[in-house]
Design a protein around this ligand. Structure first.
Ligand code: ATP
Length: 242
């Protein structure tokens, strides 16, 4: 069964239609990637799942189910409590707060008590040792890659079963992007399903088992990631192969 099922999702911001009739699955335990250029609707898709569209004056139709239960109508904090957590594009760490306090904020509203939060913190420090070393520094002093680690660590503090990742490699040097990709693989290997939105198609297609291409709000291609990586269209448009 798919952990996440999106069916016939259409979203508009006032007169601007951003998604049209999008259907997509994240199978249980899988990494599913969504590729697409600027403005294709990738962030909008994640907002529709995390129920944060309203903060951006967006409205949607269609259904989003997580483990068979509709998320439609839930408040964003209930979505987090249900196990679905978004890592926003551009990290959006709390720059003036310490690294430790950013991580603590991620555990607010998550299921489980102090013990669960302590376990989650230990796991985050294991995945990202730099966050333990820099625990008492302001998050704003971290490098871009470290801020991405913090944003992912903050999301993991809520112990998600589905992680929504919005362009984690954006603006990072290739080596750092690669490290982040390896961590995504590790997080997935310990049981968290992932919906990964990326402009960097080569990273996304290496990580994911299934991928979708979104163009101007519509799914134009979908299939096993290996098949998409071999398709002429994807190679030309997204992998820069001529
Ligand atoms: P990018 O990679 O550039 O962030 P994206 O694929 O994530 O692009 P979205 O951010 O989902 O795309 O945007 C899809 C479309 O919806 C774009 O045309 C964008 O201008 C529009 N849009 C996004 N947010 C809003 C908003 N709050 N109000 C009006 N239009 C919006």
């Amino acid at each position: 069964m798919a952990t996440l099922e999106i069916r016939a999702l259409s979203v508009a911001y006032g007169p601007v239609r951003s998604l049209r009739d999008v259907s997509l699955d994240v199978p249980d335990g899988a990494i599913t990637a969504v590729l697409g250029g600027n403005g294709a609707g990738k962030t909008t898709l994640l907002r529709a799942v995390s129920r944060t569209l309203g903060f951006h004056r967006g409205t949607g139709t269609g259904t989003v189910r997580f483990d068979g239960q509709p998320l439609d109508g839930l408040r964003p904090d209930r979505v987090v409590a249900a196990g679905v957590v978004q890592v926003p594009e551009g990290r959006q760490v709390f720059a003036r707060m310490t690294v430790a306090d950013n991580l603590r904020a991620g555990a607010l509203g998550a299921p489980g008590g102090r013990r669960a939060a302590a376990d989650a913190l230990a796991r985050v420090h294991e995945l990202f040792p730099v966050l333990a070393r820099r625990a008492h520094q302001s998050a704003g002093l971290l490098s871009g890659g470290e801020q991405q680690m913090l944003a992912m660590g903050r999301a993991l503090m809520a112990r998600p079963r589905l992680l929504l990742l919005d362009e984690p490699s954006l603006g990072l040097a290739p080596l750092m992007a690669q490290r982040i990709a390896e961590t995504v693989r590790e997080i997935n290997a310990s049981g968290t399903s992932v919906l990964l939105v990326e402009q960097n198609a080569s990273i996304a297609l290496r990580l994911a088992s299934t991928a979708y291409v979104l163009e101007v709000g519509e799914v134009t291609l979908e299939g096993p990631a290996a098949e998409l990586a071999a398709s002429d269209e994807v190679r030309r448009r997204y992998l820069g192969v001529v």
